[in-house]
Design a protein around this ligand. Structure first.
Ligand code: 0RA
Length: 629
């Protein structure tokens, strides 16, 4: 008897290997054992539920963060199969939970569309959980099984009857594995908002039993709503985004585009709802088509006489989302977030070309606005190139082409070197005295650096402080960015621990995010964390980094004398070395882009022109004084 395409049996779950390796090298499977990895545990499960939604069987997903640190994910999909696996002789659900890579998704006939980049599936979550309980509603029954650290503690038992179908996974992340087991509501909120934009009609409910917060995520507008959401704090060029959806064989292509008056290019690619941070063939197909369509249109209308508009010209101020769904995605790249399927480039290119040309013909007003903007960008880019050459020539006059203000380190071993970007000339002086000459370089920066969010690229690049930073870092910016020319392994932003310092830190982060995001992605950018207070008890000094810590310390130590550091400049070089610069004793924070969409929104909001949005954002985030992107 031949099997029908939609018939599923436990035998379709392929068996690859056991879970021993997962607990030995957890980072290989979920990226890290820190905060990011911890949140991936939830994504793994939810991705499986989203797969059920993509296949058309699931409409509701509930995620609850419990007071005891566990997480419950409930979906109304088909439920993980429970029949006995033909070779393993245990229920399919047990195979899925105890064997790595076991899952119908590796067998195309089981899924219309297969998702889950993390892809390793529920078994990894099981291996890394102190305890996990699975409940499957299927075939009129409720099936239940308990695990601990990947091992079954009970048999799969029938514990009740039900008319419903679906899967409930409850897990307790293992504190032996994770450095933190505290989930961050905001990170989950951002991710789930994105997931519902990409899956119109899917409802996700997030509940935090600790704080009592509850939110429902649902989008009927899909990608159109998504680009509008990203551009919310920006001045847009046309009120309704360009949108289209096309099917080509097994592949579904969906695109939404809206230009804003800013200078940044924001293209977000998704494949089966996974954010492809490193781009890939879908994004390059889109870019090629966009450049060609706009050039063709401008030429046809006599707006472009000679030469042609470059890709950078047509992408200035562009916000675009390219979401594609396909049965067999191949992921490549360092973080496996780059789509590799070569056939996709042509498919997306031709779909986007046709759709854009049609749109321009039907909407001449919008087309004119876009072309005018793009021609202006081209003119400005020419001017910027001239400014950049000027910067290069100016710098050539100082020693070795490096900025005169830079105090370089002596080591030539890049892996061990650090560049401190220091707020203010006096703190810069102390840092120079305090540093380890061999490995630490100092670049002092005069007061507030330019807000690159508001200035055009010509002005940004000709600002002295920014030009100095670019030359000291070495990589170049934009089209010329070259990671191989990076001159230091760590770039450490050091600013005062007060509101002004916080602002300066944000300005510098905005600069890195907008001009050299690759450096943040690759984990080269850090923020120093200077102490707020010094406590002296007898002859001993203690440094304290927050008001909370101060209260704890004074409660514990009794009578002490407390000095508040007003700025970095107030510390003597020895204190600065001990608290902020000595790699063995300092506090330092790596800057992450958890989510590029959210980071872009936060920077536009903090640095842009939309004052009400900024106020609302700051009020909402008042408790978290620090910018955490
Ligand atoms: C394998 C095969 C099928 C569904 C699932 C796994 C599945 C996994 C998870 C994890 C969380 N929720 C889930 N829902 C479903 C297909 C089953 C069929 O064809 O009936």
């Amino acid at each position: 008897m031949t099997q029908k395409k939609s018939d599923y049996s436990g035998g379709d779950i392929q068996v690859l290997e056991g879970l021993e390796g997962v607990r030995k090298r957890p980072s290989m499977y979920i990226g890290s054992t820190g905060k990011e990895g911890l949140h991936h545990m939830i994504y793994e499960i939810v991705d499986n539920s989203v797969d059920e939604a993509l296949a058309g069987y699931c409409t509701d997903i509930n995620v609850t963060l419990n007071k005891d640190g566990s997480v419950i994910v409930v979906d109304d999909g088909r439920g993980i199969p429970v029949d006995i696996h033909p070779t393993q002789k245990i229920p399919a659900v047990q195979v899925a939970l105890t064997k790595l890579h076991a899952g119908g998704k590796f067998d195309k006939k089981s899924y219309q569309i297969s998702g889950g980049l993390h892809g390793v599936g529920v078994s990894v979550v099981n291996a890394l959980s102190k305890k996990l309980v699975i409940e499957v509603r299927r075939d009129g029954k409720v099936h239940r099984q308990e695990y601990s650290r990947g091992l079954a503690k009970t048999k799969l038992e029938v514990v009740g009857k039900t008319e419903d179908t679906g899967t409930t996974v409850t897990f307790w992340p293992d504190p032996e594995i994770f450095s933190t087991v505290d989930f961050d509501y905001k990170i989950l909120e951002t991710r789930f908002r994105e997931v519902v934009f990409l899956n119109t009609g899917l409802k996700i409910i997030l509940i935090d039993e600790k704080s009592g917060k509850k939110q429902e995520f649902f989008s009927s507008g899909g990608l159109i709503e998504f680009v509008k959401w990203i551009n919310k704090s920006k001045e847009v060029l046309h009120s309704s985004p360009v949108y289209f959806k096309k099917e080509s064989g097994d592949t579904i292509i969906e695109v939404a585009v809206q230009y804003n008056q800013g200078y940044q290019e924001n293209i977000f690619g998704f494949v089966n709802t996974i954010n492809t941070v490193e781009g890939g063939t879908h994004v390059s197909g889109f870019k090629t088509a966009l450049t060609r369509a706009i050039n063709d249109y401008a030429r046809k209308k006599g707006l472009l006489k000679d030469g042609s508009l470059s890709g950078d010209d047509v992408r200035e101020g562009l916000t675009a989302i390219i979401s594609i769904k396909l049965p067999d995605p191949q992921f490549e790249g360092q973080t496996k977030t780059k789509l590799g399927n070569s056939e996709i480039k042509g498919i997306v290119d031709s779909a986007v070309s046709t759709a854009l040309s049609e749109f321009f013909e039907e909407n001449p007003n919008v087309a004119k606005k876009i072309t005018t903007k793009v021609l202006e960008s081209a003119r400005a880019r020419l001017a910027a190139r001239k400014a950049r050459d000027l910067v290069r020539r100016k710098n050539a006059f100082s020693l070795g082409g490096l900025p005169g203000k830079l105090t370089d380190c002596s080591s030539k071993k890049k892996e061990s070197t650090e560049l401190y970007l220091v707020e203010g000339m006096s703190a810069g002086g102390s840092a120079k005295d305090a540093r380890d000459k061999e490995t630490q370089a100092i670049l002092p920066l005069k007061g507030k650096i330019l807000n690159v969010e508001k200035a055009n690229p010509v002005k940004s690049l000709s600002s002295e402080e920014i030009a100095n930073m670019i030359t000291a870092v070495g990589t170049g910016v934009g089209e010329q960015f070259d990671m191989n020319r990076l001159r230091y392994n760590k770039l450490v932003i050091m600013a005062d621990a007060d509101v002004d310092g916080e602002h300066i830190k944000t300005l510098m982060l905005t600069f890195f995010f907008r001009f050299m995001p690759q450096l943040i992605e690759a984990g080269h950018v850090y923020a120093a964390w200077p102490p707020l207070y010094k406590i002296r008890k007898g002859q001993k000094d203690y440094y304290v980094y927050s008001d909370e810590e101060l209260k704890k310390a004074t409660d514990k130590l009794g009578p002490v004398s407390v000095t508040r550091f007003k700025g970095l400049g107030e510390m003597n070089p020895q204190q600065l070395w001990d608290t902020t610069m000595n790699p063995k004793t300092r506090k330092i924070k790596k800057i992450f882009i958890e989510d590029a969409v959210e980071a872009d929104r936060v920077f536009s909001m903090l640095m842009g022109d939309d004052v009400p949005a900024r106020k609302a954002f700051i009020q909402e985030n008042a408790q978290e004084a620090q910018l955490d992107v």
